[in-house]
Design a protein around this ligand. Structure first.
Ligand SMILES: [Zn+2]
Length: 58
């Protein structure tokens, strides 16, 4: 089963992209670089440097 129109969420994502009441933000784990200090890809944002946060709403 593939869902090409629905990219997988990263661990740091709190909501799906495009979800009402959510917003993209810099990943606090890597500071938006997508990489950790060790040089490894940030697992929180999947190396994108950004996460999707749920803001407001419920
Ligand atoms: Zn990150």
């Amino acid at each position: 089963m593939t869902e090409p129109a629905k990219p997988p969420l990263n661990p740091g994502d709190e909501a799906e992209p495009g979800t009402v009441g959510s917003g993209e933000d810099i990943c606090p784990q890597c500071g938006g670089t997508g990489k950790l200090a060790s040089g490894q890809s940030c697992p929180e944002c999947g190396g994108t440097g950004r996460i999707v946060e749920g803001i407001g709403g419920g």
